[in-house]
Ligand binder design. Structure first.
Ligand code: CO
Length: 269
């Protein structure tokens, strides 16, 4: 009789900031590992740039998803669950999905399953909005929250518009703007001006408060903070990645459990 050797691989974009690594990525990984105690915990990052930077600067070695899966195969693992910490089903999620499909095709494991990114199913949006509400200070009239999303030229960029609609339907004075592409910061700024907002709180809608949050959102004169202040808004900053939000982490945990139970739409056997 062969004994199952099980592993859970948690995949994120990665970060080169040690504080963000600890507070956002490691805490999300830990919650998933704790929910699957029979599974050997493993990590992979999808950003080659960050993997190289960590190796060169700090001597910290992190696998890519393909490398991590090859390692698990070499070590004789039989059941693998892969849970991405990505926000939308964009290019990076599909890269992870392709690595999983390759393992299925080559029968690298007895079973391999893939969890969903944060915004995937219909119900995810209302759950994410509820989770975001936890971190919103009650905003009175004249106050708004602006989330900084990443954005992409992948079709899944539409997820951000759907999230905006859910924020609106929840009656929250909150907007999402992306660093790359639409909805643009400029468009959201116009909405802020038109709605008579005086005070804005900026928050990353990304797993970690990394480069984009520290520089593009809350950096110098050219950052969103700088621009809004110049235009007369009072600006507060919430320098915490989504991985620091326990309710968001709980959604990822549920997705990993769903994947193990084979309830995830799409790939997995
Ligand atoms: Co970027």
């Amino acid at each position: 009789m062969t004994v199952d050797k099980k592993a859970v691989l948690v995949v994120s974009f990665g970060t080169s900031y040690h504080d963000a690594l600890k507070s956002s990525i490691e805490s999300a990984e830990r919650d998933i590992y704790e929910a699957l105690p029979d599974y050997e915990p493993r990590r992979a990052f999808t950003s080659e740039f960050i993997v190289h930077k960590l190796a060169k600067r700090d001597g910290i070695l992190v696998d890519s998803p393909v490398e991590a899966l090859a390692r698990l195969k070499d070590e004789g693992f039989t059941r693998v669950v892969v849970q991405p910490l990505h926000i939308i089903p964009g290019f990076e999620y599909h890269e992870v999905q392709n690595a999983v499909i390759d393992c299925e095709k080559s029968r690298a494991f007895q079973s391999i399953c893939l969890g969903e990114p944060l915004l995937y199913n219909h119900d995810d949006y209302s759950m994410v909005v509820k989770a975001l509400e936890v971190q919103l200070t009650p905003n009175g009239p004249g106050e708004a929250v602006v989330f900084m999303g990443h954005g992409t030229n992948h079709i899944s960029n539409a997820s951000y518009y759907r999230l905006q609609r859910c924020l609106d339907e929840a009656g929250l004075n909150a907007y999402i703007a992306n660093v790359e592409g639409d909805p643009s910061f400029e468009a959201v700024r116009n909405r802020l001006h038109m709605s008579g907002v005086q005070r804005v709180c900026l928050m990353p809608f990304m797993l970690v408060a990394g480069d984009h949050a520290k520089n593009d959102m809350a950096g110098g004169d050219d950052s969103w903070k700088g621009v809004l202040e110049r235009e007369g808004f009072r600006v507060d900053v919430h320098m915490h990645g989504l991985g620091e939000n326990e309710a968001i982490r709980r959604i990822y945990v549920q997705k990993a459990i769903k994947a193990v139970n084979g309830e995830t739409a799409g790939k997995g056997r």
